[in-house]
Design a protein around this ligand. Structure first.
Ligand code: ZN
Ligand code: ZN
Length: 414
């Protein structure tokens, strides 16, 4: 049989219900904060990503799914959404401040890991058109709210500033001066990065390179007054909002268009792989794709990893009712009842294989239904349903229109 490609996943019930719950929560949190949804094409001109990932991040380019279409154009499945959102902003001739979010899949040809597939899904939030630290704080607040409402505990924000065009060149030189005498101790990738993009040395996970990081110069010590002011304001705002943060001098973004704020939101229990969300400011991205200057700050939050973190927690089960039918002749009226109940908001399942009442109860129990109602001649005549909770065995007899309200209001029992 033909199988799905490596690094992809099928999502089936009940897992798909958890996805729906999480995506719907993400939409609610974003919309409450005034973000509107944007959807961008699955593939873009390759140039959009090759320009923004820069010559220094050949890894990203090697990982891209790039192909030539029948018309001879080079296209790429999006490896991230920020460049697409910025492109869409300009292409729609938007101006001023816009807060946009998207929930879409991203594609990267890399070794698949748990929570990191070749096609993976992400919530992205972007605030475009303002460089004020208030935007950074609001954005971090959205990530924080979403993760805590999803049920993640022990959240911490790691924060750094990597400066701007004024002060970063000085910091790059300081890094190069520090690392050059240790050139031989660095991994081959870092030896190359040292000349092209020394900030990425702080990202390297190899042992030899790790050891050197401790003494490396910190970007916070090289910020110009404007960048210092920006970071100071952001910290003040986070304090006022009550968001816990700590400085992480090794938190950097290797791409040139990133400016000032870099942040990650992590969760205690996952250990080394605890980052759930990464983001930062990218005031130079717009010019990198050939558009007019546009300040922006955004984050990406991987949904696969979040679902793994949440485990069985998080998703409140929707009330589900199993409508058991006593005889085949009553299936039509029972289906009519099911449709009425579904319209009032209940999730209702019925027997599709003509099995005995006993077998129907077994199935309802096995598949974890909250409630069962038996539909027989008496129910057809009266329009009343006797509903039994499969959790605590309590029973009640109600007209259909009351049922949805009762089940939704009291999920455990009646
Ligand atoms: Zn290295
Ligand atoms: Zn600066």
């Amino acid at each position: 049989m033909v199988q799905r490609p490596r690094g992809t996943a099928d999502v089936l019930p009940p897992e798909s219900q958890r996805w729906q719950w999480l995506e719907s929560l993400a939409r609610q949190v974003c919309e409450r904060a005034g973000f509107g949804e944007v959807r961008t094409p699955t593939f873009e001109a390759t140039e959009l990503f090759s320009r923004t990932s820069g010559e220094s991040s050949d890894v990203v380019q090697k990982e891209m799914y790039t192909f030539t279409d029948q018309g001879g154009r080079s296209l790429t499945l999006r490896p991230e959404s920020t460049a697409s959102v910025v492109r869409a902003y300009h292409e729609a001739s938007l101006s001023g401040v816009h807060k946009l979010f998207c929930i879409q899949s991203h594609f990267r040809y890399e070794r698949p890991q748990r929570g990191r597939l070749r096609e993976h899904h992400q919530l992205d939030c972007e605030i475009l058109g303002t460089d004020l630290p208030l935007a950074d704080a609001e954005l971090i607040g959205v990530a924080w709210s979403f993760l805590s409402e999803a049920g993640v505990e022990d959240l911490t924000v790691s924060l750094n500033s990597i400066g701007d065009l004024t002060c970063r060149p000085g910091y790059r030189r300081a890094l190069q001066e520090y690392y050059r005498p240790h050139r031989e101790e660095l991994c081959p990738d870092c030896q190359r990065r040292l000349e092209i993009n020394p900030l990425r040395l702080l990202d390297c996970k190899r042992e030899g390179c790790q050891a050197l990081k401790a003494g490396a110069p910190k970007s916070r010590d090289h910020l110009c007054p404007a960048c210092q002011e920006h970071l100071g304001q952001l910290c003040l705002l986070l304090d006022q909002v009550g968001i816990r943060y700590r400085f992480d001098d090794l938190l950097v973004r290797g791409l040139d268009y990133y400016t000032r704020t870099v942040f990650a939101v992590s969760h205690g229990a996952l250990g080394a792989q605890s980052d759930l969300c990464g983001g930062g400011r990218y005031d130079q991205l717009s010019e990198a794709i050939g558009a007019s200057p546009l300040a922006g700050v955004g984050f990406g939050l991987g949904l696969e990893r979040l679902l793994i973190t949440l485990g069985d927690g998080g998703a409140p089960p929707p009330p589900r009712l199993y409508l058991a039918v006593t005889e085949a002749a009553l299936e039509g009226p029972a289906l009519a009842m099911a449709i009425e109940l579904r319209r009032s908001g209940l999730s209702v399942e019925m027997e599709l294989l003509h099995r005995s009442l006993k077998a129907q109860f077994r199935r309802a129990d096995k598949e974890g239904f909250d409630h069962v109602a038996v539909f027989g001649e008496e129910e057809r005549r009266s329009g009343l349903l006797t509903v039994r909770s499969l959790r605590d065995g309590t029973e009640g007899r109600y007209p259909a229109h009351e049922l949805a309200e009762r089940l939704a209001g009291r999920r455990s029992g009646l």
